[in-house]
Design a protein around this ligand. Sequence first.
Ligand SMILES: Cc1c2[nH]c(c1CCC(=O)O)Cc1[nH]c(c(CCC(=O)O)c1C)Cc1[nH]c(c(CCC(=O)O)c1C)Cc1[nH]c(c(C)c1CCC(=O)O)C2
Length: 370
Amino acid sequence: MSPPEKKARTEKYKALYDKDFPPLKNKLIFQVIKGEKIHKVPVWIMRQAGRYLPEYRKGRANNEFFKVCQTPELACEVTLQPIDRYGDLLDASIIFSDIMVVPQAMGLVCEMVPGKGPTFPEPIRKPEDLKRLTDKVNVDDSLGYVFDAITLTRQKLDGRVPLFGFSGGPWTLMAYMIEGSGSKTYSKAKAWLYNHPKDSKVLLQKITDVIIPYLVGQLIQLFESNSGELSPQCFTEFVMPYIIQIVDKVKEKTEALGYNIPVSIFARGSHYAIEELSKTKFDIIQVDWTMDPKKTRETAKAKVLQGNADPSLLYGSKETIYQNVEKMIEGFGVKKYIANLGHGMYPDHDPEHLKYYLEAIRDVSSKKLK
Ligand SMILES: Cc1c2[nH]c(c1CCC(=O)O)Cc1[nH]c(c(CCC(=O)O)c1C)Cc1[nH]c(c(CCC(=O)O)c1C)Cc1[nH]c(c(C)c1CCC(=O)O)C2
């Protein structure tokens, strides 16, 4: 985006920033975090705005993926699609964007290649390549479009549900920046942890320093989606110190401004870390579907847990979905719990089946909460 375009964007949204945000009508997630009485378990879904929705595919046909992310009106429109479709069955929205906007802000080119996913034509390969990264990233300049999209969306939501902001975790982003794309083994990125531990930490810190000023919203989720690739020892050394810095600093900064913003962590695949994570300041721990709800609840007694049905459950019938939801809620319990899937929606999911899932959560949990 050229500087005059950027200025026009900022001017355009200034009035929206100055206007008070509409008060929230649905505060279920905040009530769960505060331990207040609720009438049903709240639910939202990872990738709830995406290719499984015909209205999304229609809009995307004319617009490249990152163009949607970078254009506040388009990002806002797509964010609202599942909220408009499912009405009060959903209890949160999540801003339409991608975790790759952070590496882009750090000066790397990342393209969304159909059939392949996010791709870096010139990934970081050797420690000298770190010099190619922008030295001091000005987050307001390079990621201002996300802030504008969030502001516009909060106005357009009119308080119907709260809005999640999100970021990839430092390790997950580092892994993509080195591999150049998704990978089966993440062996190039993991080789760095063993061969260049010091440079790995320089890179993780650089990413952390961009994430902290970037994270805003009413709610936040940090996606450490590649954490399951790591040994428990690498997790302790290369993930924990950075995600703890992020949650501590984000809390400190937002509390100084008078906000109390709940922060959620998704360390996908890191079973062994639940206990360690339950001792941090993260308010919510999102779990994947390979974890047993009851055992996870026993391990992290005091934390709000979020998850965790296998996304493939949505290929099942209405009855199958209902029965699995009953078991899931039985395991987690109706308190300190936010329903979601164990990972994002798949492009070939039937939107009607997501509706069955959302209805089952409402029906099963409200019966238990009576
Ligand atoms: C690893 C990761 C990425 N992006 C994200 C993660 C972490 C969560 C996870 O583990 O899934 C996070 C993400 N990506 C997207 C969102 C939007 C909000 C939402 O959840 O609704 C969120 C929260 C939109 C998206 N991000 C992407 C899509 C589909 C792209 C399209 O429209 O063509 C959407 C809706 C693309 C994307 N972006 C990424 C991948 C692996 C892909 C899929 C590539 C493919 O399957 O072709 C990177």
